[in-house]
Design a protein around this ligand. Structure first.
Ligand code: GP9
Ligand code: MN
Length: 424
């Protein structure tokens, strides 16, 4: 009810982090291009398999002068996997503890990125080479205010060798996306969802350019080949953007959606990373890469602790749009006031001083168990984390945003959108 909404608004106010003037508006008026990198984990960035880089293109971005690379950035997904990642980055609301909000809460009222940006003159579109009803996308994207959803219907999926288990492989996907992208009025807000690097990472060997690993665990071994394929596809897409000229007036955001290798495979992963996988190391394996490329922006490696919940306020501030009137549970990664405690969906958390995993505390730097003197601080953080998750769930389960319209925000009318056969 509206009392709950008052509590939510008060929390959102207290959680708001002022933009950093050095970055605020660095991408003002630019297009936004999200690359949703299926199952890409951070350990693979700058990792060498038998002396060879696995993701040379992403590695080069980690050294690019106009790219920020966040190396303490965590996925915060649960059972909703891909859809949880999307839900967080479109809304800065947490996915639900069970199931997928995409499926169960598709008709809620949202104040998502496409809606916010529409009021700032942006067109929005999602590109994905799988059927539109997967994860209920064709329903919830309307609630988010997406103008267009180019699903498998818009792509040529007739060549079996171009297909992965969940749709069109990344290289033909990006290639065929070029014409669709050119139909969009600028500035646009877009998301490209890749599928080639998806469990169990099987790929036609003719498409591979790196050997498998040899741990004996098939999905771990294959992962390096599909990650390399994804890396090549991303490079190809960057080249396409350079040719079309979009590269010069677009912010490109690349993020891993969730882990690719679950903890069932930790024995093989110990061989890969060369150390024992304790609960602390297992938490570190939940890091996913985040790159933000903005023409003219000062890049570099950023060690701030953050997670997917923080992306929306970060991106809005880079675009010069203040997030302060919106109900968002994350905070701008580039702000001095950024909250660097990263909640996981099960109530565990990580941050620059303490990791709390399964009720046990670890020193963030060393991974050693924490002394009793720090228990009090950890308990206080834990309380805040639980409160935040529960309040976000209240918003989503109670569809509370229908009781609140931020100043200057035009509510979305989902019935206005029609995706599949609408090619105008
Ligand atoms: C399918 C894709 C995969 O459309 O996005 O989702 P996932 O299995 O990773 O949740
Ligand atoms: Mn996924």
């Amino acid at each position: 009810d509206s009392d709950d909404m008052t509590e939510v608004i008060n929390y959102a106010k207290s959680n708001y982090a002022e933009p950093n003037p050095e970055y605020f508006g660095a991408a003002k008026g630019m297009n936004v291009i999200y690359l949703h990198l299926e199952s890409m984990q951070n350990f693979i960035i700058n990792y060498k398999l038998n002396g060879e880089e696995v993701t040379p293109f992403l590695n080069s971005l980690s050294k690019d002068e106009n790219t920020l690379y966040f190396d303490n950035f965590f996925h915060q997904t649960a059972q909703g996997k891909t859809s949880d990642a999307e839900f967080m980055l479109e809304n800065s609301l947490f996915g639900l503890p069970q199931g997928s909000a995409f499926i169960t809460k598709g008709q809620n009222t949202y104040q998502a990125a496409p809606g916010i940006l529409k009021d700032n003159g942006y067109t929005s579109a999602v590109f994905h080479g799988n059927g539109g009803s997967f994860w209920n996308r064709n329903v919830i994207y309307k609630s988010f205010g997406y103008d267009k959803f180019f699903d498998a219907n818009f792509y040529d999926t007739s060549s079996p060798e171009d297909m992965a288990e969940y749709g069109l492989l990344d290289k033909p996907f990006f290639e065929q996306s070029a014409d669709l992208l050119n139909t969009l009025p600028q500035p646009f807000y877009t998301k490209f969802i890749t599928v080639g690097n998806h469990y169990p990472y099987k790929i036609n060997q003719e498409l591979t350019t790196i050997e498998k690993a040899n741990t004996g665990d098939a999905s771990v071994d294959n992962y390096f080949q599909t990650a390399r394929y994804a890396d090549e596809a991303i490079e190809q897409f960057f080249n396409q953007l350079k040719v079309s000229g979009l590269y010069d007036n677009s912010m490109i955001v690349l993020y891993g959606d969730h882990y690719g290798i679950s903890d069932n495979h930790n024995k093989a992963m110990e061989q890969i990373i060369g150390k024992e996988i304790t609960p602390y190391e297992n938490a570190n394996l939940q890091k996913v890469p985040l790159f933000i490329h903005v023409p003219g922006m000062q890049g570099g490696n950023n060690h701030t602790y953050g997670g997917q919940i923080d992306l929306l306020p970060t991106v809005l501030h880079l675009l010069g749009i203040d997030s302060q009137n919106y109900v968002q549970f994350g905070s701008d990664l580039l702000s001095e006031e950024h909250n660097d405690i990263v909640p996981f969906r099960n109530g565990d958390f990580v941050g620059p001083t303490i990791y709390s995993i399964d009720e046990k505390l670890y020193d963030s730097k060393t991974g050693l168990p924490l002394e009793d003197s720090q228990v009090e601080m950890a308990n206080a953080i834990k309380k805040e984390v639980d409160y935040k998750l529960q309040l976000s769930d209240k918003v989503v389960n109670g569809d509370l945003l229908r009781f609140y319209t931020p100043t200057g925000y035009t509510p979305v009318d989902p019935s206005q959108y029609n995706y599949n056969n609408d090619t105008n």
